[in-house]
Design a protein around this ligand. Sequence first.
Ligand code: HEC
Ligand code: HEC
Ligand code: HEC
Ligand code: HEC
Ligand code: HEC
Ligand code: HEC
Ligand code: HEC
Ligand code: HEC
Ligand code: HEC
Length: 413
Amino acid sequence: MRYLYKLLAVLVMSAVFSLPSLAVENNCQSCHADWEDEGGPASMWDGDIHKEVGLTCADCHGGDPTLEDMDEVRQGRSYVGVPKTVAIPNFCGRCHSDPSYMKKFNPSVATDQLDKYWTSIHGQLNEQGDAQAATCVSCHSVHSIQPAKIPSSSVYPMNLPGTCAECHANPIYMKPYDIPTDQYDKFVGSVHGRQLLEEEDLGAPACNDCHGNHGAAPPGLDNISAVCGTCHARQAMLFAESPHKEAYAKAKLPQCETCHSNHDIIQPIDEMVGVGEKAFCARCHDADSDSKGFETAAAISDLLDSLVRIERMAEATIDEAEIKGMSVDNERFALKDVRSALVESRTLIHSFDLEKVKPEAEKGMQLAAATHLRGLDIIEDYYFRRKGLAISTIIITLLAIVIWIKIKRFDNS
Ligand code: HEC
Ligand code: HEC
Ligand code: HEC
Ligand code: HEC
Ligand code: HEC
Ligand code: HEC
Ligand code: HEC
Ligand code: HEC
Ligand code: HEC
């Protein structure tokens, strides 16, 4: 019994002493946690970067965190409350545009988000009082804001397309604006979307890699290929030296997008070069009105076709030799070189110059042809050895018979 009293005393004492310290820490959060439903600010707040760096509700919303009553909090002069939607950029920018404040937490953090935001279409609409345009919290969420490198963040590359799609794929929401709402659907089925969302390759672009994070706007004509070129440097360089560079600029056509599109880029195939139905080239070059572009397209297409055909033939021969149990390590290696010549030729089509594609394609063809011939030799070798084996089997059998007869005679004598 005495023991219980002692325990009770200890409990009471510790409660009394811990109360004031809790109050100083954060009354806002503890009171809100008491009455809010699951999903309210106080419960979402765990994991928010602002909590992690030691900030509290009052750092954003103002108010005196030592007070124990919301009405008193509201009456305090420092209380900011909940910002109107259009006021959110400045609400967040108060800290994020202040380098001397931000550097105390993270010396390398950028402080240009708000400035860039005002240059974007989102920012411009916000400035006109349009509450539908994205603000900081549309992309970053609120009360569970996390840096982009954390997989549960709304701006983690694999989550970002879904974040943009909440507005951009919603036809009702986007109705007042005269723009398509198919970007997300197209992106998901594109080479980039599949690489990012299915293969989980963070090197593939999400929406923001092409549109920017804070200056979200469609890249202008001049910088579309610059955007693509940040990852596809070879193709961009070849294009820049090609006859199309000037021709497209004059016709106000974007560089890569003219052929590949922007959101629904599909897996390129050889039929896209040439003058056939699926060929990009045939959209602009035809036999009647121009000869050079048309002829080049047809010639490059022939080269690629030949290379692919010889490569397949060589591969089939080497496969056959391997099935027969012959060693084909060197030939497999040569086939790899043929493949890289094919890959390189496909990249070189972006010069739109037959003379640039030809040497690489011919190198591949020669190697493929030589490998095919080697394969035939190996197969012939196999038959020769089998024939040799048969002959030697017969000779040995004959010899055995002769010896047997001799032994028989010897026994009889
Ligand atoms: C004793 C409990 C309590 C404390 C302490 C408290 N709040 Fe509240 N707060 C509430 C309740 C309850 C509401 C819901 C609105 C209402 O009915 O009063 C609320 C509403 C809010 C709102 C919504 C906007 C508004 O003005 O109604 C914000 C923002 C807010 N609190 C922030 C804070 C901040 C920041 C602190 C600390 C400085 C704080 N609260 C401290 C109980 C509390
Ligand atoms: C990084 C700044 C920031 C911090 C920190 C922050 N809030 Fe908020 N809070 C906001 C913004 C911005 C809004 C308005 C969101 C909107 O309109 O979409 C908001 C909205 C609210 C609202 C009203 C809308 C709602 O979601 O119910 C309440 C209540 C609230 N906050 C409470 C809190 C509490 C409690 C904390 C601490 C646990 C907190 N906030 C921490 C920025 C912050
Ligand atoms: C009271 C000052 C303050 C306010 C207001 C504020 N933040 Fe922050 N924010 C910080 C600090 C400090 C950090 C931590 C810096 C760091 O570690 O990079 C941070 C970090 C972040 C990060 C992560 C940065 C990173 O490293 O990737 C994001 C995103 C962010 N804040 C968005 C917002 C948004 C959106 C709002 C408005 C709803 C907002 N912040 C309001 C101070 C603030
Ligand atoms: C259209 C969506 C969008 C809007 C609007 C937006 N952000 Fe961002 N923000 C991003 C993305 C995406 C990243 C992540 C970039 C990356 O992958 O590193 C980011 C990164 C950040 C970072 C980390 C540092 C940096 O610059 O990379 C901070 C801080 C930040 N945003 C604050 C803000 C603030 C403050 C606002 C409002 C003025 C805002 N953001 C508006 C999408 C947005
Ligand atoms: C809160 C809703 C919302 C979110 C989230 C949002 N946007 Fe927007 N966005 C809009 C609205 C509204 C417009 C204005 C449409 C118009 O008139 O151009 C717009 C305009 C744009 C434009 C300019 C379109 C044009 O040609 O006029 C681009 C590009 C864009 N957003 C990209 C993005 C990207 C990328 C993201 C994600 C990182 C994103 N947006 C997230 C609402 C949103
Ligand atoms: C590989 C680069 C790339 C990616 C990834 C990308 N876009 Fe685009 N986007 C573009 C280009 C280029 C344009 C410009 C089209 C024009 O001006 O003709 C554009 C245009 C837009 C527009 C203007 C309206 C339209 O459809 O023409 C919006 C809105 C937009 N993109 C949103 C998005 C969203 C949301 C995502 C992610 C789901 C995304 N984009 C992913 C390159 C990209
Ligand atoms: C952030 C980097 C990045 C940007 C920006 C980018 N891409 Fe890609 N792209 C990739 C990755 C990664 C792949 C998939 C891996 C691969 O096959 O090369 C890919 C694949 C492709 C493919 C298919 C290649 C193949 O062999 O399967 C095409 C075509 C393509 N991108 C065109 C474009 C165009 C056009 C743009 C600009 C509108 C662009 N990309 C912007 C990274 C990027
Ligand atoms: C969007 C239209 C368009 C597409 C698609 C296109 N071209 Fe062109 N091409 C042009 C224009 C315009 C010129 C410059 C005017 C001209 O000489 O015909 C040009 C010029 C050329 C030239 C230089 C002609 C000369 O007279 O020096 C070659 C070669 C060429 N293109 C090959 C191709 C090949 C190969 C493809 C397909 C992979 C292709 N083009 C796809 C529009 C296009
Ligand atoms: C005139 C049309 C045209 C233009 C413009 C064009 N491409 Fe291509 N691209 C093609 C064709 C055709 C193929 C298919 C080659 C094949 O598979 O035989 C291709 C294939 C590709 C591939 C996959 C093969 C490889 O090279 O690895 C990538 C990546 C690519 N293009 C990127 C780009 C980029 C980046 C730009 C802008 C700098 C661009 N393309 C401009 C027609 C074009």
